[in-house]
Design a protein around this ligand. Structure first.
Ligand SMILES: [Zn+2]
Length: 208
């Protein structure tokens, strides 16, 4: 069901049509709320300004009838609009896409933590350049992909170490390590303790 949305000048539609360009209610709300989730999905300009913006750009006194929508930045540029200097729609990649990429990489690492870390495999899976993936992940998450891989393995190992019946060598293998010594080395790097020290401290804490 369509709801009446625009009060001035538009009687009974939630679409504002101007020169063949349609502003939907969804787009209007995205612009009004500076919603980052819509960045990259469309662009807008104000009729009288010569600037094109991302939906998240902060602008005051917006009116729907003054907004022109573009599906792509290129369309706006072709029509003579300049990239807004505040929201920089021409910047190589918008923030939303970088966050999405970092989250997707995080998911993949979590799902495949038992496998040997492979940057080419991750980049291939995500259809991005290796160094771009590395840089983006580090900037968004604060650690490198390999560090994160080690963190995930360490988390899994900690859960197992809390069960005293499980041998360390078994845990190392379950966490994806080919040798117990490599496991110990990485675990220590991440936690500051060896697996045995962690287990002992954990078991002691239960007695207290
Ligand atoms: Zn802008």
């Amino acid at each position: 069901m369509l709801t009446i949305f625009f009060s001035h000048g538009l009687a009974n539609a939630n679409l504002f049509v101007k020169r063949g360009v349609v502003l939907t209610k969804e787009q209007w709300l995205a612009i009004k709320n500076n919603d980052k989730a819509y960045d990259g999905k469309f662009y807008y300009a104000l009729k009288r300004s010569k600037k094109v913006c991302r939906p998240s750009c902060r602008k005051t006194s917006l009116r729907p009838e003054r907004v022109i929508i573009f599906d792509t930045l290129q369309e706006a540029l072709d029509r003579g609009y300049q990239p807004c200097s505040r929201c920089r729609p021409d910047k190589e990649v918008w923030e939303g896409a970088r966050i999405e990429l970092a989250n997707a990489a995080e998911r993949l690492v979590r799902e495949n933590y038992r496998q040997k870390f492979s940057l080419p495999a991750l980049a291939g899976e995500l259809y991005v350049d290796k160094s771009y993936l590395l840089r983006t992940f580090k900037e968004i998450k604060g650690y490198t992909l390999l560090e994160f891989h080690n963190i995930v393995r360490t988390e899994k190992a900690k859960e197992m170490l809390q069960r005293p019946e499980l041998p360390i060598a078994f845990i190392a293998s379950e966490a994806g390590y080919v040798s117990a010594s490599h496991f110990t080395q990485v675990f220590r790097k991440v936690t500051g303790q060896t697996p045995s020290q962690y287990r002992a401290a954990y078991l002691r804490s239960l007695d207290e």
